[in-house]
Design a protein around this ligand. Structure first.
Ligand SMILES: Nc1ncnc2c1ncn2[C@@H]1O[C@H](COP(=O)(O)OP(=O)(O)OP(=O)(O)O)[C@@H](O)[C@H]1O
Ligand SMILES: [Mg+2]
Length: 362
């Protein structure tokens, strides 16, 4: 259970000054107002405490408000997490004509990792809708990010893999030293096996959660598939196969400067078990429900691990009919944590009219 008790924002995008007191501890907060009033900007400000580029992936230059000549961007929030109060703040300052972003936890400088040990912000934005209808790579990247957020080892495996892959290309384009290439390709094969394994284990956990907790919302299954191998083969057979593939592809990889047999050969299928269809063939609203299911399953995973989080749902009502929105609210309330919704009108949130705290931006 986590909540924000107070927010103070200065000079963040369209918000020159924004203060709100939430000490009456509302669990559901609705930020509403017309297009362009700063709803997404408000929840984006919060997302910077979980991701260095926030929920839009914006660079620091795009964040500072362009109303002001002197750069003095601050986001301060008082939170309650695991029955303890914390002050989090982020400030952007200009130093030697360079912008600097500094995070504080209870007035002491802190890393994002440290803050994430206390609280995570999880979000859904309209930009993410494409995950369900665009090709393979966006689904894989979305899930990889989700895994990396919760699993430092996976993050390191990816970094290690990328380092080895670029070293192999360099050797292929220079000395082509056979012994060296064999060593790097062995390392890459090990990295790949670990990455393929972690992805599959994470999907098994999410699929179990979905079956157990989210069947009434939307029953889906996350499936990893790779045409190059059968993952049920034993470890050594797989390692041997990966090494052979890398070796066979040396010439082609040297010319293309790419690794043809890579971790990107994994395909992700989001299978809608109710419709018995790949989510790419589902309607827009059904796809949104599939995406929400994955996010909610990840929230359950965090909750089961006793990790506190706050949900930020930007335009969650778009493409979702009233019945499904009620079902969504019903699921979300089970987390017993704070949820932020945005929408263009108060009417969209009639189902939670009596319990939500409404913030009207104009
Ligand atoms: N760095 C900036 N400085 C000042 N204003 C900015 C900056 N970046 C974006 N804006 C403005 O902030 C305004 C609000 O954007 P935001 O995306 O939060 O609107 P919104 O209320 O979510 O609208 P919609 O209903 O269309 O989603 C926009 O008009 C945008 O041009
Ligand atoms: Mg918006």
């Amino acid at each position: 259970m986590a909540s924000i008790e107070k927010i103070q924002i200065n000079n963040f995008k369209s918000h020159k000054k924004f203060i709100t007191d939430l000490s009456n501890d509302p669990q559901q907060i609705v930020v509403y107002g017309e297009n362009g009033v700063g709803k997404t900007n408000l929840i984006e400000a919060l997302s910077f405490f979980s991701n260095s580029k926030g929920l839009r992936g914006d660079n620091i230059e795009k964040v500072i408000t362009n109303h002001d000549q002197a750069i003095n961007t601050n986001i301060k929030i008082n939170i309650l997490s695991n029955h303890q109060k914390y002050n989090l703040s982020l400030s952007i300052k200009e130093k030697e004509s360079k912008l600097q972003k500094i995070l504080y936890l209870d007035d002491k400088k802190a890393s994002l990792i440290k803050i994430k040990e206390i609280i995570s912000f999880i979000w859904l934005t309209p930009y993410m809708d494409k995950i369900m209808y665009e090709g393979q790579s966006i689904k894989r990247k979305f899930l990889d990010k989700m895994i990396a957020q919760n699993n430092k080892i996976f993050n390191n495996q990816i970094i290690d893999y990328q380092k080895n892959v670029s070293e192999r290309i360099q050797v292929l384009r220079s000395s082509k030293d056979e012994k060296w290439l064999n060593i790097i390709e062995t390392k890459i094969s090990e990295n790949m096996l670990e990455i393929f394994k972690t992805r599959r284990s994470y999907s098994v956990i999410l699929n179990d959660i979905i079956k157990k907790n989210l069947e009434d919302f939307r029953l889906i299954e996350i499936i990893y598939n790779n045409v190059n191998f059968n993952f049920t083969e034993d470890k050594n057979t797989l390692l041997q196969l990966f090494k052979e593939k890398l070796k066979t592809n040396r010439d082609i990889d040297e010319i293309s400067k790419r690794t043809s047999f890579s971790i990107n050969t994994d395909e992700v299928i989001i299978f809608d078990s109710k419709k018995k269809l790949n989510s790419e063939f589902c309607s827009t609203g059904e796809q949104k429900a599939c995406l929400l299911t994955i996010i909610l399953a990840n929230c359950w995973k965090l909750k089961n691990e006793n990790k506190d989080f706050i949900l930020l749902l930007d335009e969650a009502t778009s493409h979702i009919d009233e019945g499904n929105f009620s079902k969504l609210i019903n699921e979300i309330e089970k987390f017993k944590t704070q949820i932020w919704y945005t929408g263009t009108s108060k009417k969209l949130f009639q189902v939670i009219e009596n319990k939500a705290f409404f913030i009207h931006l104009q």
